[in-house]
Ligand binder design. Structure first.
Ligand SMILES: [Zn+2]
Length: 74
C-alpha cells in the first residue's frame, strides 16, 4: 500500500451555507534563532517539526464566502 504524508489543517463551518471546510495551516519559515525565540511566545503551535499558525482569513470552498478567522483557543 502506498503511504502518504498528513498535514495539519484547520476546520470551520461556513456561516452562509453551513458546510464544513478544511484549510491548511500556515507554516512559518524561520531561522533556528527565530524558532528558539518563538518558544517563549504564544500564538503558534509546534507540530511535526514546524511552527504553524491558522490563516487570518478563510474562504468557503463551496459558496466562496470569506471570513476573518477568530482564534477561539484559550
Ligand atoms: Zn459556504
Amino acid at each position: 500500500m502506498q503511504s502518504i504524508e498528513l498535514r495539519n489543517a484547520f476546520a470551520f463551518d461556513c456561516e452562509d451555507c453551513g458546510r464544513e471546510n478544511f484549510v491548511r495551516s500556515v507554516v512559518c519559515e524561520m531561522s533556528q534563532e527565530d524558532r528558539e525565540q518563538l518558544d517563549m511566545q504564544n500564538g503558534f503551535e509546534f507540530t511535526n517539526g514546524q511552527w504553524v499558525t491558522a490563516p487570518e482569513f478563510v474562504q468557503c470552498s463551496f459558496c466562496k464566502s470569506e471570513f476573518r478567522a477568530n482564534d477561539s483557543e484559550d
